[in-house]
Design a binder for this molecule. Structure first.
Ligand code: PNS
Length: 190
């Protein structure tokens, strides 16, 4: 296990099974892994930073050496503020390589002591990205198996506000049925 802190930075809008796979792999290699969500005011994300933070915290609650945080400004500055020694990034396919190489070399130029480490998620997630998940979900397609269940649920709530309401109404109906049954029993006894 590598001593010290590693940062896994990203947008996580939303977290996919590929992200989660990488977090689990990173947690086995690094003493402490900080998953850092970029607070980017320019982009208009699907999920707020608070929502992304909440989902990631829930998903990593069992991983004791994983912490979720947010940052803005330069990633290397944030990494330095934590005394981190490594940046963790995932590479899925050759198409990721060029962008990741550029970013790694720019980060090295900005902070030569910070090392970027690349890991590959499981090949079954090699085509999964947050952007495609958003696109499929927005068009009403299924994202089961591509994102964790909690994310799937949140996507459903976000894209179909009636869904949450339907859930609440269903609970009300079930509550009412349970109440009616109890009443029936009580009256029978009396
Ligand atoms: O999940 P993403 O959107 O591919 O993550 C990109 C991220 C957040 C890692 C990158 O945009 C970043 O580090 N931004 C912070 C600003 C910064 O340091 N830019 C210089 C990187 S070369």
């Amino acid at each position: 296990m590598h001593k010290g802190i590693a940062i896994y930075p990203g947008s996580f809008d939303p977290t996919t099974n590929g992200h989660l796979d990488l977090i689990e792999r990173g947690a086995k290699i690094f003493e402490e892994l900080v998953v850092a969500i970029l607070r980017n005011t320019e982009k208009s994300p699907m999920f707020s930073v608070a929502e992304r933070l909440g989902m990631l915290r829930e998903l990593t609650a069992d991983l004791k050496n994983v912490r979720i945080d947010t940052f803005d400004g330069l990633m290397v500055e944030y990494a330095k503020s934590l005394d981190a020694t490594c940046i963790l990034r995932g590479i899925r396919a050759i198409s990721d390589y060029e962008y990741e190489l550029q970013m790694a070399l720019m980060n090295r130029k900005l902070e030569p002591t910070l090392e970027t480490v690349f890991m590959m998620p499981a090949d079954k997630y090699s085509y999964v990205s947050s952007r495609l998940v958003r696109e499929v979900a927005q068009a009403g397609g299924p994202v089961k198996g591509l994102v964790p269940e909690v994310v799937e649920q949140k996507l459903r709530e976000k894209l179909d506000p009636a869904y949450k309401l339907r859930d609440v109404r269903m609970l009300e109906v079930l509550d009412r049925k349970a109440f009616d049954r109890k009443e029936k029993k009580r009256k029978k006894k009396a």
